[in-house]
Design a protein. Sequence first.
Length: 96
Amino acid sequence: MPGPTLDRIMRLGRHRAIDPVWTAQRVSEVGRRLTAACDLFVFVGPQSEPRDQEALVNRVGVEIAEPVNHLPVHGVLVWDVLGHQVRKGLNRLRFN
């Protein structure tokens, strides 16, 4: 965790209706406290490093890690953690 303030928000934020949004380049470097608090994972592009691929399998399972690792460079896969399913129709991100 990058610091005590963010750690506190991640531990206690849900009690104050705080919905954190965060980004990371490498799955293997994301703290478990962050991923444990997620309802959705939005993967943009494949994970190519072996350590990241292993971390991805450990976090979401091989049935999600495989499609993520085969995404095109700007492809998107949205994993609904609570529903245990891939969200359909969210295959593009738009920044307008």
